[in-house]
Ligand binder design. Structure first.
Ligand code: GSH
Length: 98
């Protein structure tokens, strides 16, 4: 697996963006998995607070449910798809790609 590291040895992880809402059990599950993988920071886009960003999410994905997750340039999809990606062994390489 190709993974970049900082000078002090920390693995450089891809940027994670999650479109989410305040009350969203699937978002919490997704965050839990990402945290277990060492993702320290998730950029959250709160679509419940901003209808323009909700529309943007729907335009980009064709979906209306949250979460919608991007890892780097890759649209992973929702929580179930994130867990499926992990089961298939493809989540770690995606997170660690630098
Ligand atoms: N299978 C989806 C389910 C996501 C889902 O149902 N999210 C809820 C919030 S936790 C939602 O967006 N509900 C609004 C709706 O269904 O329109 C996933 O794994 O992400």
């Amino acid at each position: 697996m190709a993974s970049g590291r900082t000078a002090d040895g920390k693995v450089i992880m891809a940027k994670v963006v999650m479109y989410s809402t305040a009350v969203c059990p699937y978002c919490v599950r997704a965050e839990r998995l990402l945290a277990s993988k060492g993702v320290a920071e998730i950029e959250k886009v709160r679509v419940d607070l901003d209808p323009i960003r909700r529309q943007e999410m729907m335009d980009k994905t064709g979906r209306r449910t949250v979460p919608q997750i991007w890892i780097g340039e890759t649209h992973v999809g929702g929580c179930d798809e994130l867990y499926a990606l992990d089961r298939s062994g493809k989540l770690d390489p995606l997170l660690n790609a630098s």
